[in-house]
Design a protein around this ligand. Structure first.
Ligand SMILES: [Zn+2]
Length: 377
């Protein structure tokens, strides 16, 4: 019995590996996949044919193979199923539709003020349904909707427990939102920083293990070890905004003093540019004195945070959130500031900026469903 179970499990693993192999390479022949995955050609052949019948893989034309006869190449049907991501902030929503590779195929940011009322849920549902309709997606094609909020969510990711930004607790109307309201198969909630980090993990540019700092209107973060986010014992891992960095310093939104949030919030920058991050960085580039002063101070505290995180974990640090995507040109300066604090000689760069922009949290929340789908193949 156990050997039969094992063979079922081995076959399941092989299916996942063949499909993931095709996702990674975009297209490949059966012999190429067999060599890459160290499986026999007949094993790959059977699985590939199965996946073709299920509509997950299709033929992609004959391809010359090294010395032998031309062989048929196969490619994944990336649009066979999609996932939806919804990032809910106080004044906006971002709707993201991703393919099976986790890539953003349609995204839309809308001004939509959050209110904790049934009307909000009704209007959100209408917006989601019309977004799917505009993008020609039927509900049975959508694996699920990942909802990102700046706040704490339950370990099972089925409830929002608290959000300072949205000013809600566990009785929030968001917890009454059902999959059928949105016309999808399932709904899960994610902390916005965790979701942003999930998007980075999916981007293939990120290292296997790193600390993610989410520099948005509130600051958060996550630690990734071997491509898995550490949830912590209660799901509250990575609340970097409440790390104490300036004893008796500025008051944090949580009520306590000296936490990193009032030194790292994106609002410090957008507050100097009519709410626009782009305008802030444009002004900075043009040498605006006030913005330069604010940014120098911002980088000073950011460097302290990066130093503390790196000295604790010895891991690379990825800067994300609304600010993170603008920091690429300033990485040399940030690295210099951090190296002045560092006590070790580093062989390699360990500070990076994120790949994603405002869409990060929505894309990351959606990625949960594509990953889960592939794992269940
Ligand atoms: Zn705090």
């Amino acid at each position: 019995m156990s050997s039969r179970l094992n063979s079922v499990e081995v076959k399941r693993r092989n299916r996942i590996n063949v499909f993931s192999g095709l996702l990674d390479t975009s297209h490949a022949t059966k012999p190429e996949l067999a060599a890459q995955l160290r499986l026999s050609i007949p094993t790959v052949g059977v699985i590939c044919d199965e996946l073709v019948r299920e509509g997950l893989v299709r033929e992609a034309g004959m391809q010359p193979s090294g010395g032998g006869r031309p062989a048929m190449a196969y490619e994944p049907c990336l649009d066979r199923f999609n996932a939806l991501g919804i990032d809910i902030t106080r004044n906006h929503i971002y709707l993201a539709l991703t393919d099976l590779k986790g890539k953003l195929i349609a995204g839309e940011r809308q001004r939509f003020l959050f209110e904790d009322t049934p009307k909000y849920i009704r209007e959100l549902s209408e917006k989601v349904r019309s977004f799917l309709f505009q993008n020609h997606k039927k509900s049975d094609q959508i694996l699920g909707a990942g909802i990102s909020v700046a706040g704490i969510v339950s370990l099972q990711q089925d409830r929002v427990l608290y959000s300072h930004v949205l000013n809600v607790g566990e009785e929030t109307i968001l917890n009454s939102l059902t999959a059928s309201d949105l016309g999808v198969c399932a709904v899960k909630f994610f902390n916005d920083a965790t979701a942003g980090c999930m998007a980075e993990c999916y981007s293939h540019h990120a290292p296997d293990s790193f600390v993610f700092v989410s520099l948005s209107n509130s600051v958060g973060g996550a630690t990734v070890i071997n491509n898995r986010i550490l949830p912590g014992k209660s799901g509250r891992g990575g609340e970097l905004g409440h790390m104490l960095i300036v004893p008796d310093g500025r008051k944090c939104y949580c009520g306590k003093c000296g936490h990193y949030d009032p030194y790292g919030s994106a609002l410090l920058l957008t507050g100097k540019a009519d709410g626009s991050m782009q305008a802030f960085f444009d002004g900075l580039r043009d040498g605006d004195e006030e913005k330069t002063g604010v940014f120098d101070e911002y980088l000073h505290y950011l460097a302290m945070m990066i130093h503390n995180l790196h000295i604790t974990t010895d891991l690379p640090v990825v800067l994300g959130g609304y600010v993170g995507s603008y920091l690429k040109p300033y990485l040399p300066k940030i690295r210099e500031l951090v190296s002045e604090m560092n006590i070790f000689e580093e062989d390699e760069e360990f500070i990076f900026s994120c790949e994603y922009n405002v869409e990060a949290s929505a894309v990351g929340a959606a990625s949960y469903f594509t990953k889960t789908f592939i794992e269940s193949l």
